[in-house]
Ligand binder design. Structure first.
Ligand code: DAH
Length: 341
């Protein structure tokens, strides 16, 4: 038998074997094994014949080369058809629940989560406990206990969403203040990182869904110096640099006086840039000494104890950390954005 015939019969036998193996094959794993046996890169039965081609004479190559290739294409088609059949009938390979899970190739924590964990770590080291907010809460906790009774004009400061049965997707994480004050005797040190919602006309700085870290600190003899020291220590640890700070008056019904805590711009070091509106300052944390009414409603005697609170925008911290210019990117689901972190 000449080389020609010999090879033709080998090819035929490979084709027959593959056809009969595929008939019996009932799952994807088995299919992969059959494929590897015939077409595997090193030892596949057909691959070995393909590897012979360079050693043939030119004439032999002209005749045999196309035949081998024909068989290869036939096999590939057969495997593909079988794979498709499995995919459409949803036949799964045997699932072994004792095997460890597969690590996804892509995927990591969202930049907001990364920065939130980092902030939590710093506050934990400073002695703060972490409290989770309710994402849907009631008027009593979101407004009443924060010294904002029904009809108070300050309610207009929050573009609140309401559910049909009068609950609120929380408009700020301050909603946990009352529960925190009631839950333990001072000294109290707690932070509330959480997701908030507002009926915003969105732009590069405003989003309907955003994040805050509320802070509450209550003890005897607490003064404004404790508030300033706490916020500055946190921000210097977070931005890993010495910062200048200042405060300016503001208004929130649950603190008296209401303040805004500003730091020297971490991008331009106070020289003036687009991020700080060329002022050299970043208005970062609204805060203040807790209003006596809020303490009273939380069962804390304002004659004996005092404290302070703040509500920090977490999105803003993330934007400053990574120089992100548009808050709407966070929930855009844009992978080109997310994969950078
Ligand atoms: N809850 C306020 C808001 O969302 C932020 C805030 C301001 C919280 C001052 C505080 C505070 O605890 O003292 O607009």
């Amino acid at each position: 038998m000449g080389l020609d015939q010999n090879l033709a019969s080998q090819l035929k036998s490979i084709e027959d074997k593959v056809a009969s193996e595929l008939k019996q094959c009932s799952d994807l794993d088995a299919l992969q094994k059959i494929k590897a046996y015939f077409l595997g890169r090193k030892k596949g039965k057909l691959t070995q014949l393909i590897k012979l081609i360079p050693s043939l004479s030119i004439n032999e190559r002209k005749i045999l080369g196309p035949k081998i290739n024909q068989t290869k294409n036939k096999l590939l088609t057969l495997f593909q058809e079988k794979e498709k059949a499995f995919a459409s009938s949803n036949v799964k390979s045997f699932f072994d629940p004792t095997l460890p899970g597969e690590k996804p190739i892509y995927g990591h924590l969202h930049p907001i989560t990364q920065v939130c964990y980092e902030a939590e770590d710093i506050f934990e080291k400073m002695g703060f406990e972490i409290v989770e907010p309710f994402e849907i809460d009631d008027d009593f906790h979101v407004f009443e206990t924060l010294n904002i009774p029904q009809g108070h004009p300050a309610r207009d400061m929050w573009d609140t969403f309401w559910t049909e049965d009068n609950f609120i997707p929380i408009t700020h994480t301050s909603a946990m203040q009352n529960r925190i004050l009631k839950s333990v005797k001072p000294p109290i040190r707690a932070i509330v990182p959480g997701r908030c919602f507002r009926h915003e006309a969105t732009d590069a700085r405003h989003e309907h869904t955003f994040y805050q870290i509320e802070g509450v600190y209550v003890d005897q003899n607490i003064s404004l110096a404790d508030l300033l020291g706490t916020l500055l220590s946190f921000l210097e640890a977070f931005f890993q640099q010495k910062l200048k700070y200042k405060i300016q008056p503001s208004y929130f019904p649950f603190v008296e006086p209401g303040l805004e805590f500003l730091i020297s711009c971490v991008i331009c070091k106070g020289r003036g840039c687009a991020t700080c509106g060329h002022s050299g300052w970043l208005e970062l944390i609204p805060c203040g000494p807790i209003h006596p009414n809020v303490l009273k409603m939380g069962g804390v005697n304002p004659e004996k104890y005092s404290g302070f609170a703040w509500g920090m925008g977490l999105d803003r911290l993330v934007m400053l950390r990574f120089a992100i210019e548009d808050i709407r990117l966070f929930h855009s689901g844009n992978l080109r954005f997310l994969e950078q972190f």
